[in-house]
Design a binder for this molecule. Structure first.
Ligand SMILES: CC(C)(COP(=O)(O)OP(=O)(O)OC[C@H]1O[C@@H](n2cnc3c(N)ncnc32)[C@H](O)[C@@H]1OP(=O)(O)O)[C@@H](O)C(=O)NCCC(=O)NCCS
Length: 221
C-alpha cells in the first residue's frame, strides 16, 4: 500500500484516504481537544442523560439511554477506522476528564442532497457547569484551525438551530460567516430550521491572523 505522510506527520494518506485524522492532543492555554475514546463513556452518559438543553440544540436524542451511548461509541470507532469523521473529547488541562464534545463530520465528502448534515460540518456541546467561560471558543478555535490547516479542508460548515444564540456567538467570535437559513422543508432528515455558517482560510485569517498548522501533542508511549 502506498502511504504518504503529509503536513508534519499528523495526516496520512493511504489510497487517497486519511487513515489517522488526529493522532494526539490539540492544546491551548485553557483547553485540550483529543480523540474521544470508550473510556469517556461514563462522562458522556452523565452529561447527556442530565441536560435536555444539549439535545434541544443538537441531533443527540432525549432521553439519552445506555443503548444510545453504546451505539454512539461503536459509531465513533467505525468513523475513526474509516477516517470519515473526527470526534473529540474536550477536557481541561489539569485532568483528562471529558467536559464536552466536538467533531468534524463527513470529512472530504460532497454534501448529500436533502440532508441536514453537511460535508465538513463541525458540531459541539459543553457541559453546563463549564459554560460562559470561553472554553468552547477555545476548543472550536483549535479544531477549526486543525481542520483547515492540518487536514486541509477548504471550507468548514457549522449549523445551529435557529435561535441558538449561544452557539452563534461561538461561531461568529471565531470568524464563521453566516450564509443563510436552511428551512427544515429543504431536507429530509431534520425537523428544525438551521442557520448555516462557513469558514475558509480567508475567514479564519480575517478574524484570527495567519492560519498555521498545529502539531498535535502525543503522550509518551
Ligand atoms: C453552545 C455552547 C457550547 C456555548 O457555550 P458557551 O459557554 O456559551 O461558549 P464558550 O465556552 O465559548 O463561552 C462563551 C461565553 O463565555 C464568556 N466568556 C467569559 N470569559 C471568556 C473568555 N476568556 N473568552 C471568551 N469568552 C468568555 C463569553 O462572553 C460568552 O458568553 P456570552 O455568550 O454570554 O457572551 C453551550 O451553550 C452548549 O453546549 N449548548 C447546548 C448544545 C449546543 O447548543 N451545541 C451547539 C449546537 S450548534
Amino acid at each position: 500500500m502506498h502511504c504518504e505522510n503529509m503536513l508534519g506527520g499528523s495526516v496520512w494518506l493511504c489510497q487517497n484516504r486519511c487513515v489517522v485524522l488526529l493522532d494526539g492532543s490539540l492544546i491551548d492555554a485553557g483547553v485540550v481537544v483529543r480523540p474521544l475514546v470508550r473510556a469517556d463513556g461514563d462522562a458522556l452518559m452523565r452529561y447527556l442523560s442530565a441536560d435536555p438543553e444539549i439535545a434541544r440544540w443538537t441531533r443527540i436524542p432525549w432521553p439519552y439511554t445506555r443503548g444510545h451511548l453504546r451505539g454512539f461509541l461503536d459509531q465513533v470507532e467505525r468513523w475513526r477506522s474509516g477516517a470519515t469523521d473526527l470526534v473529540c473529547a474536550i477536557t481541561l488541562p489539569e485532568d483528562d476528564e471529558l467536559i464536552g464534545c466536538c467533531g468534524v463530520h463527513r470529512i472530504g465528502e460532497a454534501s448529500p442532497a436533502r440532508s441536514s448534515l453537511l460535508a465538513n460540518e463541525i458540531g459541539y456541546w459543553l457541559g453546563a457547569a463549564h459554560r460562559g467561560r470561553g472554553v468552547m471558543q477555545q476548543a472550536i478555535g483549535l479544531l477549526s484551525r486543525y481542520a483547515l490547516a492540518d487536514l486541509a479542508i477548504p471550507e468548514l460548515n457549522l449549523q445551529t438551530k435557529v435561535g441558538n444564540a449561544k452557539s452563534q456567538n461561538v461561531a461568529r467570535a471565531l470568524g464563521y460567516r453566516f450564509v443563510r437559513t436552511v428551512a427544515a422543508s429543504e431536507v429530509d432528515d431534520d425537523d428544525s430550521d438551521h442557520d448555516r455558517f462557513v469558514m475558509n482560510r480567508a475567514d479564519y485569517e480575517a478574524a484570527r491572523g495567519p492560519l498555521v498548522a498545529i502539531a498535535p501533542e502525543r503522550s509518551a508511549p
